[in-house]
Write a protein that binds this ligand. Structure first.
Ligand code: AMP
Ligand code: ZN
Length: 487
């Protein structure tokens, strides 16, 4: 492949040629979910966007170590993750369960949803509670370097001191004064030296459930710390890609960079990739705003915002029809358009194997293939890629209708294009009919058998009965008609 991949880097605010530190290896870290509740469709959009990026890098033959963490401790309720109660402990108290039961329940649920949307699992999925020792070491390191201070069993990061020699606002391009003027005072403020300081280690109150001993007393790690400690452990102090949703830029990722720079003098990643938000009526989908809905509500249509249910692959296709850096507004109309588009694409994909070749060809596939790569190499532009795939689908349909000729080499290239981009890169697949479609299909078969019987075509009617029996369905004939049951 002649073309190079270009990636938009939040850090430099421009598209840059992708040059991994140690090719063909690529290290990628993406902030994972806080497992205190079900992931909503907005969260799913971010993980689907990174699945596209992961899949395309694999398609380009990079050997990717993809680390996506599970936050199972230390994420407090406030916007900055730094004030109020620990989200998991709070849920555990309300439900009268062990915090680890909450963690297990929502981690299992998260995995199921990721599989339903056909996401590839990451290479490593480390949990914060499994890396307490590493986090304590990192805090110690930051204290030793002079950027952490201890107050009554808690440890804070000194942002203003750090900013004297470094640029705290490097990721979102803002200066400290501006950030100070636009930040309200957060929890633990009376202990913090500066308004922007954040907790590295938090002293646990006696009633706090998940806590560990440390050199500073019994406590738990701050939310930002886990990602620095775990990315460092599995990908090194400096690796290729760090990602997450755009809402993580001003605080979580800004603080991660500060922690790493303070401890190791390195910005953890070369490329910072941020995905844009799924919105509802122009507003970010968020649990706290009350405008979120869950994947199973989308599938069943059981939510006030939904006119009907949509399949997982329709939702995946809908997400991929927008560029990952654009906002995507949810609407029933847009979903219905995606449903039709997805079916159209998959129907023509299914025709490929039956296409007949000719000695001559009226179409050249190579330019189309080049355009597919051009789209993806331009910062993973999936909507442009999908437009090219519709072009391919048009070619397939025209050949199928006998209005266009294609020769063997071009058909082989077309097959490889469709398979690579639809299946491997976009991660789309055919869906089995939903369980509630099965009765409709069986009723249709029974009516066809009745028709055969009426026509005295007993060979066909017996063939249907025996065929169904072999796959586990029993037909019961009676005066009232024929019913079916599962054996
Ligand atoms: P959280 O569990 O809140 O930390 O969120 C997990 C991931 O989902 C983070 O990367 C967020 O940036 C992302 N996220 C949250 N809300 C949305 C949304 N409405 N659209 C896209 N991504 C989101
Ligand atoms: Zn993180």
């Amino acid at each position: 492949m002649e073309q190079s991949l270009f990636v938009y880097n939040t850090l430099t605010r421009k598209k840059e040629k992708f040059e991994p530190l140690n090719p063909p290896h690529v290290g990628m870290y993406v902030c994972g979910p806080t497992v205190y509740s079900d992931v909503h469709m907005g969260n799913c959009r971010t993980y689907i966007s990174f699945d596209l990026i992961f899949r395309y890098l694999l398609h380009l033959d990079y050997k990717v170590r993809y680390v996506r963490n599970i936050t199972d401790a230390g994420h407090l309720e406030g916007d900055a993750g730094d004030e109020g109660e620990d989200k998991i402990s709070k849920k555990a108290k309300i439900a009268r369960l062990e915090p680890m039961e909450i963690v297990q329940k929502y981690t299992v649920g998260f995995h199921e949803i990721m599989q339903t949307f056909n996401l590839l699992p990451p290479s490593i999925e480390p949990a914060a509670t499994g890396h307490i020792i590493e986090q304590i070491e990192l805090v110690q390191h930051i204290i030793d370097k002079g950027y952490g201070y201890i107050v009554d069993g808690s440890v804070y990061f000194d942002v203003e001191k750090y900013n004297q020699t470094r640029d705290y606002g490097v990721l979102n391009g803002r200066n400290l004064e501006d950030m100070l003027n636009n930040t309200r005072a957060l929890g633990g403020q009376h202990e913090k030296r500066g308004k922007l300081d954040f907790a590295l280690w938090i002293k646990a109150k006696p009633e706090h459930l998940m806590k560990w001993p440390s050199p500073w007393g019994v406590g738990f790690p701050g939310w930002h710390l886990e990602c620095s400690a775990m990315s460092n452990k599995y990908l090194g102090a400096h690796f290729d890609i760090h990602g997450g949703g755009m809402d993580l830029v001003p605080t979580h990722h800004t603080n991660e960079i500060a922690q790493n720079m303070a401890a190791c003098d390195k910005n953890p990643a070369t490329y910072w990739i941020h995905t844009n938000m799924l919105t509802v009526n122009g507003q970010k989908m968020s649990k706290s705003l009350g405008n979120s809905f869950l994947p199973h509500e989308l599938f069943s249509g059981n939510h006030s915002i939904l006119n009907k249910g949509y399949s997982p692959m329709t939702a995946r296709f809908f997400m991929l029809q927008a560029h990952y850096r654009s906002t995507l507004d949810f609407s029933n109309e847009a979903m219905e358009a995606s449903e039709k588009g997805f079916k159209r694409l998959m129907n023509s994909f299914a025709l490929l194997d039956g296409l007949k070749t000719s000695a001559t060809t009226g179409v050249q596939i190579q330019p189309l293939l080049d355009k597919c790569y051009e789209a993806m190499n331009d910062d993973f532009n999936s909507p442009v890629l999908i437009a090219e795939l519709f072009e391919a689908s048009h070619i397939i349909n025209t050949v199928h209708d006998g209005k266009l000729k294609i020769d063997q080499p071009n058909l082989a290239l077309l097959k490889s294009l469709m398979t690579s981009f639809i299946t491997e890169v976009l991660g789309l697949k055919n869906e089995m009919p939903a369980d509630d479609d099965l009765p409709k299909v069986l009723n249709l078969i029974v009516s066809l058998r009745n028709e055969a019987k009426t026509n005295q075509d007993y060979a066909t009617s017996d063939k249907i009965r025996n065929g169904l029996q072999k796959i586990g369905f029993q037909l019961n004939d009676s005066k009232e008609g024929t019913t079916w049951s599962k054996k």
